[in-house]
Design a protein around this ligand. Structure first.
Ligand SMILES: C[S@@+](CC[C@H](N)C(=O)[O-])C[C@H]1O[C@@H](n2cnc3c(N)ncnc32)[C@H](O)[C@@H]1O
Length: 352
């Protein structure tokens, strides 16, 4: 076999870039925790001394961090003034929590997952699952911050209106369940917009429910929003006008059981909204940057979570519309359609 050295060189170049991105991921997480991006956004271009002063950090570390960030193209460096600037467009991605482009939560989750590596490597050997509760807590907060910008930008302005008659029902007042709600970001976005309706978020992870309750208190929504520990297969209640699953059905061991419970507890004219990562039906449709990111998270987070539960279906985060429709049909839903989508999410509507 002859080795094509040009191909070796090109691939090594790609890996060099990926290694740079991987070490920079750690630096993004550190900068996020220390408030370095937010200080640069608020204070404008700064030297390392100025940024260290503003943030109460050690200048020598900050100087090295800034150099990496400039080499990454995240910050702009002015050699004359020796100041580093965070362009406003980059601030939307790295500093502004509520901007639709904010993406730092992903790095927080990754930091937690690196910490979890020994148990994940073991799971590859044994085939055992790794439950949601077994992860470093940064995963949970990172997931909340990763998905929340998408909910703020899309949930009430385009996803709900894309469902048949649901917006009017929410405005008039109905009962809504948000199953697998995590820290409740989606539940609270809905509750703020539709004051006539009542909301209950369910999740099998007690620590997440505790945080969701705190968020509801902080936002003054605790009178209309309840959060309860319950699993998707047997959450309580009946006659829900809307039941939502946000980026969680594929994490469940028994997604058919969860969807079947939704079928049982849904009002006859109610709707299920299933939000899942955007994916084509075939692996070969997903070999691109979005697929790369989601297969990555799926390998170390979603699939192990599913395998840790009864049934252990292991749908994976890139199951695709056809497979998800099958799950909903198996659970009893007769009508399933893709209501809308974004570049990273698909929104399915299911009816009895
Ligand atoms: C990726 S997180 C998404 C959380 C939230 N929906 C959001 O969008 O931020 C998946 C959530 O599903 C929950 N989960 C996994 N299996 C579950 C089950 N069988 N029943 C209820 N919740 C479950 C996890 O505890 C976790 O909070």
């Amino acid at each position: 076999m002859t080795i094509d050295m040009n191909k070796v060189e090109a691939f090594a170049g790609q890996i060099l870039g990926d290694q740079g991105a991987a070490i920079t991921a750690l630096l993004v997480h550190i900068g996020d925790k220390l408030g370095l991006y937010k200080a640069l956004q608020a204070g404008g271009p700064m030297t390392s001394i100025e940024l260290a002063d503003k943030t109460g950090t050690a200048e020598r570390y900050v100087r090295e961090w800034l150099a990496n960030q400039a080499a990454s193209g995240y910050l702009e460096y002015d050699a004359e003034t020796t100041r580093f600037a965070l362009p406003p467009e980059h601030a939307m991605v790295l500093a502004e929590e509520t901007s639709p482009a904010f993406m730092v939560g992903g790095f927080e989750s990754m930091a937690g997952l690196f910490r979890d590596e020994p148990q994940l490597t073991d799971a590859f050997r044994t085939g055992d699952g790794v439950g949601w509760h077994q992860h470093d807590a940064r995963l949970f907060r990172g997931v909340e911050r990763f998905f929340k910008p998408g909910y703020l930008a899309n949930l009430t302005s385009s996803w709900i209106p894309a469902l048949d008659g649901v917006e009017a029902k929410l405005a008039a007042g109905t009962l809504v369940a948000d199953v697998g709600c995590g820290h409740g970001a989606s539940t609270l976005v809905l509750a703020r917009t539709y004051p006539q309706s009542s909301f209950v978020g369910f999740d099998s992870h007690p620590e997440s429910i505790e945080v969701a309750r705190q968020r509801a208190e902080e936002e003054g929504l605790a009178d209309r929003v309840r959060f309860e520990v319950a699993s998707a297969q047997d959450f309580p209640g009946s006659d829900y006008g809307l039941i939502c699953f946000f980026d969680c059905l594929h994490d469940m061991g028994d997604p058919v059981g969860g969807a079947a419970r939704a079928h049982q507890t849904l009002a006859d004219d109610g709707a299920v909204m299933l939000v899942e990562p955007m994916a084509g039906d075939r692996l070969e449709d997903n070999l691109h940057p979005v697929g790369r990111l989601y297969y990555g998270f799926s390998t170390v987070c979603c699939t192990p979570a599913s395998l840790s539960q009864d049934v252990g279906l292991g749908l994976g985060a890139q199951a695709g519309e056809a497979r998800l429709t099958e799950v909903l049909n198996e659970a009893g839903f007769r009508r399933v359609r893709r209501a809308t989508e974004t570049p990273v999410n698909m929104v399915l509507e299911a009816r009895k």
